[in-house]
Structure formats: C-alpha cells, structure tokens
Design a protein around this ligand. Structure first.
Ligand SMILES: [Zn+2]
Ligand SMILES: [Zn+2]
Length: 343
C-alpha cells in the first residue's frame, strides 16, 4: 500500500518535504482488530508537533494522521462491533488499557498506557490501517468522508472542553482564542444551551466579526474586560497572557478550562502579573483538557449531525500531504485540510 511516512524528526523551516512516499505491506488485523481501507484523513496541527519533535513518534518510520475515515475491509478473530463494509472513524485515541481507574471511569484519555493514533501506532496518511475494534467509531451518514474527518479532532476536543466547564443553560461562557475548535464550540453552545450568552476574546478583528456572525453577544480583545462576569471560559490560545486576563472576567467559583496540548514559553513571565485577589480569590478554578475519550467523539458526532455542523474543507491527494502540512505551518488556512485517499 501507499503511505506517506515520517522517517526522522524534521525542521520544517529547512525541509518542506518531511514525509516520504513509501510502499508498505498492508497490515493484518490481529485478534479484536479491524483492517480499515482509508477514504480520508484530516491534517492537524499536532502533526507539525510530531514532525518537529515536540510530541515525537514512538518509533520510525511512522504513518501520521489521527482523523481517519474509512471502511472496514476485513476483521480479525473475535471482532463483534463491526462488519465488513461499514464506515468507521478513528480519532487521536488509538488504545488504552481498559483496566486502570481512569479507563474504568470513561476517562481513558488519562490512562498511563494511552497510545495515540499516528504517533504511537500507524495512522491515516496511508491506504490502510488496523485498530482494536473498541477504538473505532461509527460515522453518521449525514457527513461525507472528507467532512467527517476534521470533526474527529477539533470538534471532539471542543466538546470535551465544553463538558469540563460544567456549564448550564443560561450561564455566561467566554471563549478566548477563536480558531477551529473555538468556532465549533460556539455552534454547539447555540444549539445545546440556547439561553447562554457567549463572549469571545480574540486578537484579530476578522475573528471577532466572525464570532458575532455566529452568535456571540460580544467580542473584544484578549485583554479586555467583558461587559458581564462569566461562569466559565475556554482558552484555546498557545500562550499565557490570555489565561491571566481571562481570570479577572470569571465569576466567583467560575472555571477556566485550558484546551492546549502545550503552552509556548515566549510570554511565560506574564504569569507574574497574577494578582491573587483579582484573578484567583473566590474559589476560581483552572483546569486543562487532555485530548479526548471515546465518549466525547461519539457524543460530539451525534450532536454535530443534529445541528448540523459541517466544516469548510480543502482536499488534497495523499501524495500531496507535504503541501498541506507546509500550508498549515505557514497559516495558509482555507478550511480544514483533508487528504482524500479513496472513494
Ligand atoms: Zn488533531
Ligand atoms: Zn487505562
């Protein structure tokens, strides 16, 4: 099969062809595994972190890609959840132990043995992949293959972030940062919590306008004071300033949820501006969100099909994965980038 593989850590400022087109054997499904013929795979920022070594692959060569849509091509021994020909999706979670306390509570994203698709096991930048049947999900018919792929990452994580805020209908929500995940959260909130007012903090005027078009009651700059205090805020920025600035806008007992895999070091000294009575006192909470559990993906897909949420997409053939990655790195973004691998 054809695959675009990463063979070593690459500095993408110097090398614009980090992945190599290779011929690999089609993997065989072992017990409880399914073999998936891949139809589409989303291109995510996390791939840049893998390529450049911020969250490096467990081994090389590695097939990246964790927003996979495909059809079950064949099944291994004892598979009960899927039949040949069914359409399935695979997100960031590739495997977890199923026995630890986190797994038993449905928080398998926190499992110490957690394995990520396309980082700890081969993922979707290829014609086929295998996965344990328990970690694949069904895909609602309403979505095309390329529409469904990007929902598996930004959308599902946005959904978990919203869940972790404990927000109730009618309470005020803030969003600091307004990219892929933020705008999906706003669409979810409009549907799920119709009486909730959403306040958006974004640096660019274009993002603030977009937020208001989608139903935000107010949009301002990252450091602004919101016109009302907020019950919860979700942060999707890569830096620290918005965290400190957001805390002053929280109500007593309000919660700030940070949805970022890593924070950058560049403005870390901004944290010294924390003024305890203004930013922390009155039982304010800060919580991070660590990717997704299977339940988040399944519940989000269901919600997205009801609303419905259909992402803007830009398709690339598998062989042009490097072009998609370079454009992502250079922030040339016109919708979510998706590799269309077969139909
Ligand atoms: Zn992702
Ligand atoms: Zn576990």
């Amino acid at each position: 099969m054809k695959a675009m593989v990463l063979e070593e850590i690459v500095d993408m400022r110097k090398n614009k062809q980090p992945l190599k087109l290779r011929e690999l054997p089609v993997p065989e499904p072992k017990q409880k595994e399914i073999l998936i013929k891949i139809l589409a795979c989303g291109v995510c920022h996390t791939e840049l972190d893998e390529i450049e070594g911020r969250t490096p692959p467990a081994y090389f060569p590695m097939v990246l890609g964790h927003q996979v849509i495909g059809r079950v091509e064949s099944i291994g021994k004892d598979v009960v959840r899927f039949k040949t020909g069914e359409r399935v999706g695979v997100g960031w979670i590739y495997w977890a132990c199923g026995r630890c306390s986190f797994c038993k509570e449905g928080n398998e994203n926190l499992c110490p043995e957690f394995k990520a698709t396309g980082r700890d096991a081969n993922g979707g930048y290829a014609e086929y992949m295998v996965i344990h049947e328990d970690f694949a999900c069904k895909i609602p018919d309403i979505f095309s293959d390329t529409e469904a792929a990007p929902l598996l990452c930004a959308g599902a994580i946005g959904y978990r972030s919203l869940r972790l805020t404990n927000l109730k209908n009618g309470q005020n929500l803030g969003l600091t940062g307004f990219g892929a995940s933020g705008h999906l959260v706003l669409k979810m909130v409009r549907h799920k919590f119709p009486n909730t007012k959403v306040f958006v903090f974004a640096r660019s005027e274009r993002e603030r306008e977009f937020a208001k078009e989608l139903g935000a009651v107010w949009a301002g700059d990252t450091a602004d004071k919101s016109p009302e205090l907020l019950d919860a805020i979700i942060d999707t920025t890569p830096v620290w300033k918005p965290i400190v600035e957001a805390l002053k806008n929280l109500k007593p007992a309000g919660r700030l949820v940070i949805n970022a895999i890593r924070k950058e070091e560049i403005d870390k000294d901004y944290l010294l501006k924390i003024n305890y009575p203004e930013h922390m006192w009155m039982e304010k909470e800060i919580k991070s969100v660590a990717n997704v559990a299977r339940k988040d993906i399944e519940e989000f897909l269901e919600l997205a099909s009801q609303i419905p949420i259909k992402p803007e997409i830009q398709e690339f053939p598998l062989e042009q994965a490097n072009t998609a990655l370079v454009e992502l790195k250079e922030r040339k973004i016109r919708g979510a980038k998706v590799l269309k691998i077969a139909s």
